[in-house]
Design a protein around this ligand. Structure first.
Ligand SMILES: NC(=O)c1ccc[n+]([C@@H]2O[C@H](COP(=O)([O-])OP(=O)(O)OC[C@H]3O[C@@H](n4cnc5c(N)ncnc54)[C@H](OP(=O)(O)O)[C@@H]3O)[C@@H](O)[C@H]2O)c1
Length: 304
């Protein structure tokens, strides 16, 4: 107990804690303020109506959702299976994947669901997933294409770990993994006979990055690992910023090719379920760090 209390105090005294408390709170307010002023004054806020997937005899739309075992990913998997998608669930744990598959099938008897165990922090695992997915599409006699890719998996880790390739674990999971997965699955998305879509789930925290440096050291995370304490807040902000920059660039490049896809960059709302890796105190501390201001703004994962 004393050890845990010491850990909690050490955490509360860390720079990352106060960075989250101050900058993330301000970032969240700015995001909400912009959203609402756009909506009220200029009506520039475009809403894209949900359109049902193009189901036909020759095409069952297939979507891939990463981090589908909990939170926003699981909620999206439930919703998309109800809309008629063949939902491919991607997660780290076979046990959690089986659990969510059972839940989806219990709620929707006609749901089409398939699960793959993939560690997005490992190139090898992503490469193996691409091959297995292609083989599975062939085996099931489905059209060899994808209609939707949702890069949702993401972590907020409080202790330093590295990926098998030597990158920071958070950078690997939140940015490098989705980047590689998207690049590898792009041929399948391009092969879709109907417009396909990529959704990258980001956050409002990128607004807290003031010293943007886009180089190999920042992308791998090594630039941030020189300080004594693990600067998890900065790493999280950077990983989400890189994901947004990647989305813009991909959107630009696909637009130049005049192809019928739509790359969406989706900023997540603050949801009630978000959990954190590395510290048993993290969720509690995250609540305090934001002075509980997120509370009234937090939405359910289904709404998110
Ligand atoms: N919830 C919020 O308020 C909020 C706010 C801003 C942004 N976001 C972003 O929204 C996304 C989803 O958030 P959430 O709160 O729903 O997250 P969550 O409940 O913590 O779920 C994260 C998912 O990602 C998976 N995952 C983590 N590391 C992985 C890896 N290396 N390989 C494969 N899967 C991995 C987890 O699998 P395991 O079950 O195996 O851990 C889990 O299914 C994240 O990108 C997050 O950064 C969320």
């Amino acid at each position: 107990m004393i050890k845990e209390l010491k850990e909690a105090f050490r955490f509360a005294a860390s720079i990352s804690f106060w960075r989250m408390a101050v900058f993330w709170t301000i970032s969240l307010f700015i995001s909400y303020f912009q959203l609402h002023t756009n909506w009220i004054f200029s009506r520039r806020l475009q809403s894209y109506p949900r359109c049902h997937p193009p189901i036909s005899e020759s095409l069952t739309p297939v979507c891939v959702i990463t981090g589908a075992t909990s939170g926003l990913g699981a909620a999206a998997a439930h919703a998309l299976s109800r809309e008629g998608f063949f939902v491919v669930l991607v997660g780290r744990s076979s046990h959690l994947l089986s659990k969510i598959m059972t839940e989806i099938k219990t709620q929707n008897k006609g749901a089409h669901v398939k699960a793959f165990v993939v560690n997005l922090a490992s190139f090898q695992s992503i490469l193996e997933f691409k091959s297995s997915l292609q083989q599975w599409l062939l085996d099931c006699k489905l059209h060899c294409s994808l209609q939707l890719l949702i890069n949702n998996a993401g972590i907020l880790a409080t202790s330093s770990r590295t990926t098998p390739e030597g990158y920071d674990q958070m950078m690997g999971t939140n940015y490098i993994g989705p980047f590689c997965l998207t690049k590898l699955l792009l041929p399948l998305l391009k092969r879709s006979p109907v417009p396909s879509r990529i959704v990258n789930v980001t956050s409002f925290t990128h607004r807290s990055v003031f010293d943007v440096q886009v180089d190999k050291e920042s992308v791998s995370g090594t630039r941030f690992l020189r300080s004594e304490q693990y600067p998890f807040a900065r790493l999280y902000e950077y990983s989400k910023l890189f994901l947004i920059l990647f989305s813009y660039e991909l959107h630009r490049q696909l637009g130049l090719m005049d192809q019928p896809y739509h790359v969406s960059c989706c900023g997540s709302w603050k949801c009630k379920n978000q959990h954190h890796e590395g510290s048993p105190f993290m969720s509690f501390e995250f609540g305090i760090s934001s002075f509980e201001v997120f509370g009234p703004f937090a939405v359910t994962k289904e709404w998110g």
